[in-house]
Structures are given as structure tokens and as C-alpha cells.
Design a binder for this molecule. Sequence first.
Ligand code: CU
Length: 373
Amino acid sequence: MTDDAEPTPATPSDEPPDSASATLARRALLGALGVATVGGLTAGVLGLTGRAAGPAKALVTGPATPTPSHDPTHGIAANATATPSPTHVDHDAQAEAAVKAFPAKTQGTGLGELRSSVVNGTREFDLTCDKIKWEVTPGVFVDALAYNGQVPGPIIRVTEGERVRVRVKNNLDQTTGTHWHGQRVTNNMDGVPFLTQPTIKPGETFTYEFVANPFGSHMYHSHHNATEQVGKGMLGPLLVMPKDPSIDPKYDKDELIILNDQLGGITVNGKGFPATAPYTAKLGQRIRFRFMNEGQLIHPMHLHGLTFEIFARDGYPLPQPFKCDTLNVAPGERWDAIVLADAPGAWAFHCHILGHAEASTGMFGMVTALIVT
Ligand SMILES: [Cu+2]
């Protein structure tokens, strides 16, 4: 076995065109992990992602994909009483299979860039609210409520000081309202039904208008029946770019890491590991991470091997940036970090509440990686 052999990819015809970057990321990850890639093993590993049917399903003795779980024991106690000393072999096989399936392909991707047009000096967007099925981990579809069919919803990107108009069309069978979390809007545009506006009834459209301010990493989400509506996916990023870009530190890549803990369990950008997307960087690049917590729990996000330089909270530049490797992100908060990718490797990037990240069936939920090549 060689440690540095190129993983054998599935045949090119198996690859949808849009999966090229995922394939590259997978190769980089497997390479960085020193994964052995001889013969059937790699084929089997790829088979677990659904790209190739595989004899190597025998590699795992249980479900190929760990199911998100809130059970604090993760079944360990049950296993222990059922069989005296079973399990680390089973654990290892399932844990290995989960890692090798990463990044596993699922239907649907959130965070598309929402198209806009400028009409008489106002930047206009259209959002729709829809009931959809969302694939959180391979084969696990859940009932979601989504903006424009995406979880998280599409990126609304505007410039500080710009006039913004967003038409929100409600295609749900329940009422809703949309809040611009972090923006200094006039009160009647704040999106809180019965407090600042009537509900948006099924079939209706409500038009929001505001001047984008302040700049920074903000959010939009339902503010009506919100435990259900936000929990099931009605949330998205509102990125207000500063009028003077030199206010921000320099960065080469701009990445979102939106946390949630309701829809289908514990997720990053609408997916649970191994269906989370890895972040990638070239050695020496500076990556901006915009953390946003749309869930109901605190998530201390930990990056192995590299360092966060935190420079803004809730969009506001910090008077004194600080460094850390574990960033507590509370519900509603946004934090902006720069990571200098100064060490190569596949660096684990996960919530450090371990019950949000790893079970007896291996890693799941709020786990991804930053792959530096
Ligand atoms: Cu967590």
C-alpha cells in the first residue's frame, strides 16, 4: 500500500459537471489523510457516496451514514448491555466509512447568490417561501420550509447605504413575516407580525424596503412561528458590503458557516457530516469565515491546526481583534474571522459540544474540514 497514491476516482461519466470541485476536495482530503487507495477499497469508499455501486458496502456493518442524534449516550449503553465487548471494531469501521464518504453528495445546495436588479436606484430581490423536502445527509430527507428552495436561503448581497427592496412571496400554507437581523431599518420594515406589520398570508406578497446599514455579516429569517419556520429552514445570510472595502481586513476567500440544530439535526449550511462541504484553501491564502448561528443552542466551533483572528461581532468591527481556536457562537450571533492557511493538511473543523459532532457510529452533524493544499 502506498500512502500517496492518487485515489482512483469513479469513472468520469459518473461525475456530474458540478461536482468537479467536490471531487478535487475529496482527492485532497484523502491525500491529506494518507488514505490507502489500493484496489477495491477506494472503489468501496466512493461507493458509499452513491457514485458507484459497490461490493465494498461490506466495509461497514451498520448504516453507511450516521444519523444525527440527540441521544447523549448515542446508544453506547445499549450496545454495552447487548454484547459484552463488541464495539470498537464496529465503531472503527463506521467511523472510517463516514470519513471516507466525506464530502458525500446530497440533493440541494443552499447559499446561492440571489440575483438582483437595480430599478430607479433601488436594488430589488425576490424571495419565495416554499415547503420542500431537503436531503440533510445521504438518503435522509426532511420536511423543510425554505426561501427559494434552498437551506440556508440564498445570499442577499448589498452595499452599505444602498436602497434595498425585497418582495417576499408566501407560498406556504401558513402565515409568515421576514426580519432583517442586524439592520437598522425603519420600524414598519422590521418584520415582526402584529408588532410592526400584518402577517403575510398564504398567497400574499409583502414588500420590504430599507437602506442597507450597518455593513457586515447579517441575516434574514422568519420572525413568525419562528421555532418551526426558522427551525425548518427559513433563514439566510444578508451580507452588507462596506462602502469603503478597506475597512475589512484583506482576504482571498469569503466563506459562510451557518449553524442550525433543528432541521434534520445538527447542521452546517443545511447539511450534516459527511454531507457537509469542506472548505479549501491554497497555502498562504487568507480565508474569511462568517459564522452565523440560526439554531437554538450554543456551538463552540473549533478549528484544528490553524488560528482564528476574530475581527467583527454582529457585523461591528472589534476595537481589538483577538485570536482563538474555539469560537463560541450563540444563537443570533455573527462573528467574522480571518484564518491564515499557513499549514497544509485536512484540518478538522467542528462544534466542540461532542454530542453535536461524534457518536458511536462516527462523526456526524456539525463537522467539516478546512483542506489546505
Ligand atoms: Cu454544537
